[in-house]
Design a protein around this ligand. Structure first.
Ligand code: C2E
Ligand code: MG
Ligand code: MG
Length: 585
């Protein structure tokens, strides 16, 4: 072989005699078999490279350390080309090797440590790369897995999170375990923190932006915490904090508020301003658990409770959370079965036009008739359906059912369906609507889709595209619960809604006659100037009816006219509201 010749002659490269005779390869026997065997067997493993960083020789010991074998046909090939064939070297090790080989242009030797994830556990390989005269380089590789310095290096690499550089969960658990075994066990405080709205960042801006965000969050948290606090990334967007000193509830709440505040400030990634938030769950030893596993599990329950609480950001563990978690698991199991079990139904609430006092449409409102729980309100199960990723399927059912039902009504009456933000963001929503219209035969203009402000704020292109497609179908777009979110006036104008529904809180709250009336008036005036009708939600009394009418709302929905009723009662309801019989099939 060429490299054997080169070795034997002490000079890498094709031998002159071989080149002159046009002989490209010689049989392997060219290298003294004894020398070959000695090189193959001797630690360290050797890789010999020519000046173009092409491998001239890789001994068997080197191949064994790196999880590869090369044959005569592999020589001479660029070193990284060959190393990429290893079964064991992962992307990180390959990067380290590439940096070493590409960087060694001088006579300075280079040393690197590699963690090679081979079968039977990671092995640490030390590589020393140095110049071999003027002819090339020699890399010698030694297994140093069991040396003392390596143990520290290994510990460091097996304990940190590669994305944020923070400790990882494994290391955190060891430290927590040690603390709970030691004299300072009592007063150990554990905070679990997770990020609100991290998933959409990862999904819409990509995982590189997600990783960058995690690093920035890690930086803000570690910048604020004290030196003796321990911070780790536990999983995806979840961080663990073990306080260095015991603390009472008030100071933990204060710390938690400051941490959530820090995380709620905008981050700038890839030219975009990203605003997220955080939830925190807290458990302390010994009251909430005396072992690391129980303490983390209970902080996890507190975190889940903080997540489920729309207003809350912080929850301390309390024993009833255990019971709540059990209930939640059973609710989850029931909800997963509900659609297949035919347990959903729609109720319909009329929307009445203020000028003509006519019902112009009904809003379809979802109900879950659970065999064990009775009639469950959507506010109790929609967030869970979103979390369990069931909302797409349920929403598709709602669309078909509402369109099918509306076909029985007089043809000037529309049906409005609520769409969850997640449903729209997931993509494919317009296609689901188109399918529902096609399968039921309901004309597009008789359907309205109600969405909330949060969707506008998170628009990543999918929302705009979806709205465009819905318009093409003739479907009306309604902005629901307006006034509760943060949509700006420019967003209102940009999305061209067909209707704005003013949230019930402005109509029926104690302030409804005062400052809220001014807000209603302003929204109604805005509707008039944009040419968009406004519906007042939650009108219960004649006083409220008169007020919203005087304030300029064009239609009303509320218990004053009717609560939502089952489909079977829509005909009677229309007859009552219109004062005469209305044909409903
Ligand atoms: P929403 O879309 O704002 O619906 C109006 C809610 O206000 C309904 O509650 C309705 O029953 C209630 N309401 C109407 N008039 C009055 C009134 O005069 N007084 C009072 N106190 N309440 C009134 P519901 O049916 O419990 O629905 C709550 C929310 O659940 C809906 O708010 C909507 O956001 C969501 N939702 C309902 N059905 C669906 C659905 O099919 N899909 C999705 N994604 N969400 C739905
Ligand atoms: Mg609605
Ligand atoms: Mg509403």
């Amino acid at each position: 072989m060429e490299q054997d010749v080169a070795l034997a002659s002490g000079r890498p490269g094709r031998s002159r005699a071989g080149a002159a005779l046009g002989v490209r390869r010689r049989p392997p026997a060219a290298l003294d078999p004894l020398l070959r065997a000695a090189l193959d067997a001797a630690p360290p493993g050797l890789i010999i490279l020519d000046n173009s960083k092409r491998v001239r020789l890789m001994t068997r010991a080197a191949g064994d350390l790196l999880g590869m074998r090369i044959g005569p046909r592999d020589v001479p090939k660029p070193v990284m080309h060959l190393l990429a064939q290893s079964h064991w070297l992962d992307a990180a090790s390959l990067q380290t090797l590439a940096a070493a080989f590409n960087g060694v242009e001088t006579h300075d030797p280079r040393e690197v440590l590699l963690s090679v994830p081979c079968p039977g556990g990671a092995r640490v390989v030390h590589m020393d790369l140095r110049r071999a005269g003027e002819a090339g380089w020699v890399a010698s590789l030694t297994d140093v897995t069991h040396s003392h310095e390596t143990q520290d290096w290994l510990l460091e690499h097996a304990s940190t999170d590669p994305i944020t550089g923070l400790w990882n969960r494994q290391h955190f658990m060891l430290m927590l375990h040690d603390r709970l075994d030691g004299p300072d066990a009592a007063g150990t405080v554990l905070l679990l923190l997770d990020l609100k709205r991290f998933k959409p960042v990862n999904e819409t801006l990509g995982s590189a932006a997600g990783d960058a965000l995690l690093r920035l969050v890690g930086g803000r948290l570690s910048g604020y915490l004290r030196e003796n606090d321990l911070l780790a990334r536990f999983a995806s967007d979840e961080f663990g904090i073990m306080l260095g000193e015991s603390a009472d509830r008030a100071s933990i709440a204060g710390l938690s508020a400051r941490l959530t505040d820090l995380i709620s400030r905008p981050f700038f990634i890839e030219g975009q301003s990203i605003t997220i938030g955080a939830h925190v769950g807290v458990a302390s030893a010994p009251d909430d658990g005396e072992t690391a596993d129980i303490l983390v599990a209970n902080a996890g329950l507190a975190l889940a409770a903080a997540r489920a609480d729309a207003r809350g950001q912080l929850r301390f563990f309390e024993p009833k959370l255990d019971e709540e978690a059990r209930c939640r698991r059973s609710l989850e199991a029931d909800l997963r079965r509900a659609l297949a079990g035919g347990e959903f139904e729609l109720h319909y609430q009329p929307q009445v036009d203020m000028r003509h006092h006519r019902v112009t449409g009904f809003e379809a409102l979802l109900r879950w008739r659970s065999p064990s729980r009775g009639l469950v309100s959507p506010t109790a199960f929609i967030p869970l359906a979103e979390e369990l990723d069931l909302i797409g399927e349920i929403g598709a059912w709602v669309l078909v059912e509402a369109c099918r039902e509306a076909l029985h009504w007089p043809e000037e009456i529309t049906v409005a369906v609520n769409a969850s933000a997640l449903q729209v963001e997931a993509g494919g929503f317009a296609a689901t609507v188109a399918r529902a219209l096609r399968d039921t035969g309901l004309p597009g203009p008789r359907l309205e889709v109600e969405i909330t402000e949060s969707l506008l704020l998170r628009d990543n292109g999918t929302v705009t595209e979806t709205f465009k497609a819905l318009r093409t179908l003739g479907v009306g777009l309604v902005l629901d619960d307006f006034g509760t979110g943060y949509a700006s006036l420019s967003q209102l104008a940009r999305f061209h809604f067909d209707k704005i529904k003013i949230d019930r809180s402005f109509i029926s709250s104690p302030e409804a006659a005062g400052e809220h009336a001014a807000i209603v008036r302003a929204i109604a005036a805005l509707g008039i100037s944009l040419g968009v009708p406004t519906t007042a939600e939650g009108v219960e009394t004649v006083q409220q009816l008169e007020r919203v009418r005087d304030n300029g709302c064009t239609s009303v929905q509320g218990y004053y006219y009717s609560k939502p009723v089952p489909a079977s009662q829509v005909g009677t309801l229309l007859a009552r509201l219109h004062g005469h019989d209305v044909a409903v099939d």
